[in-house]
Design a protein around this ligand. Structure first.
Ligand code: TRP
Length: 334
């Protein structure tokens, strides 16, 4: 239904600010994927309300996220970047799939257990059926591949199980999605604890560099980055802090770890940290300039939201009508 190209779907939450890790590890590498895949990137605002949100803040963050994706180089003519809440098919399919998902399966979801523990005062049914909505997102577009982090693999697994169960009952309705293993980007760790991934939900803001951080903030965070007492710039397991800084430097400059180790041979950590910080500032500067320009161009962003929302709607409607027919809903009279 999408021509020759395979379909790639990814969803992102507009909660928390995107980090350098999100950019170097994922976003940056997605720019060229539209040559090969029909790409859908949904700002999943339906998922966001499973935990309490401030409405004005959520709206602002969702728009900023969508704008940031474009600023980072995702061409909205070639990639469908849209709001999940603008395509009602997500919620409609999620309801149907809820009826093909067992509570026993949902009870096993580790993210639900974590989130329920974290938000003990608001363990709502949406939090529980979150993976079913995610399955609906993916299956609605007949996605072949889904780029997801490790923490979302279990949700992709349940998506496959639900799709297979449905197909078994009704014939080949859904494409069975695979995790996307393509050009993997750099895995960036926290600047404060190099054993942890850099995360947008880190409580310690010094551990993460945000894409919207100004140059002074970026430099300050790198100056404070945790290293070790070896006083030697080398790329190995025993020096995870330095190794992470080398990875960041390489991702920003295109150099290899070997070249970097050579370049800083005999130099101090202080000097190296400044160089890494500057390489990051150089990468963020054009992105932030573009973001600021786009933010001012309200009419353009509105047109992207409208056109891509409509495009997503067209894709989604095809799958939804098929599913509705399969489960026995009456035909629409036209
Ligand atoms: N649950 C994902 C996350 O928190 C976001 C998401 C929602 C998603 N729907 C998706 C990711 C569909 C991939 C595909 O990161």
């Amino acid at each position: 239904m999408t021509g020759d190209k395979k379909v790639l779907f990814s969803g992102m939450q507009a909660t928390g600010s995107l980090t350098l890790g999100n950019y170097l590890g994922a976003l940056k590498n997605w720019v060229s994927l539209s040559d090969e895949y029909e790409c859908f990137y949904s700002v999943v605002d339906l998922h966001s309300i499973t935990v309490r949100q401030d409405p004005a803040e959520l709206r602002k963050r969702a728009r900023n996220l969508l704008t940031l994706y474009i600023a980072a180089g995702l061409d909205p003519e070639k990639n469908c970047i849209y709001y999940q809440s603008h395509v009602s098919g997500h919620a409609e399919l999620a309801w149907i799939l809820n009826c093909f998902t067992y509570m026993g399966e949902l009870n096993r979801m580790t993210q639900f257990k974590d989130k329920a523990a974290k938000h003990a005062d608001n363990i709502n049914a949406g939090l529980y059926t979150y993976p079913v909505l995610m399955a609906a997102d993916i299956l609605l577009y007949q996605a072949d591949v889904v780029p997801v982090g490790k923490d979302q693999l279990q949700h992709l697994e349940i998506t496959r199980d639900i799709a297979q169960r449905f197909n078994h009952l009704y014939g080949d309705v859904f494409t069975i999605p695979e995790p996307f293993v393509g050009r993997v980007g750099a895995k960036i760790m926290s600047l404060q604890d190099p054993s942890k991934k850099m995360s947008k939900s880190d409580e310690n803001p010094n551990g993460s560099v945000y894409l919207t951080d100004d140059a002074d903030t970026v430099m300050r965070k790198f100056k404070r980055a945790v290293t070790d007492s070896c006083a030697n710039i080398a790329y190995n397991e025993e020096q995870p802090g330095i190794r992470n800084l080398i990875d960041i430097y390489c991702a920003c400059t295109g150099k290899t770890p070997q070249q970097t180790v050579k370049e800083f041979d005999g130099k101090g950590y202080g000097e190296f940290k400044l160089a890494v910080g500057e390489s990051v500032v150089d990468v963020l500067r054009p992105l932030q300039t573009k973001f600021a320009q786009l933010q001012k161009d309200k009419a353009y962003i509105d047109s992207v939201i409208k056109n891509n929302g409509e495009k997503a709607e067209r894709f989604a409607a095809k799958t939804l009508r098929k599913v509705q027919k399969k489960v026995g809903f009456p035909e629409r009279i036209r």
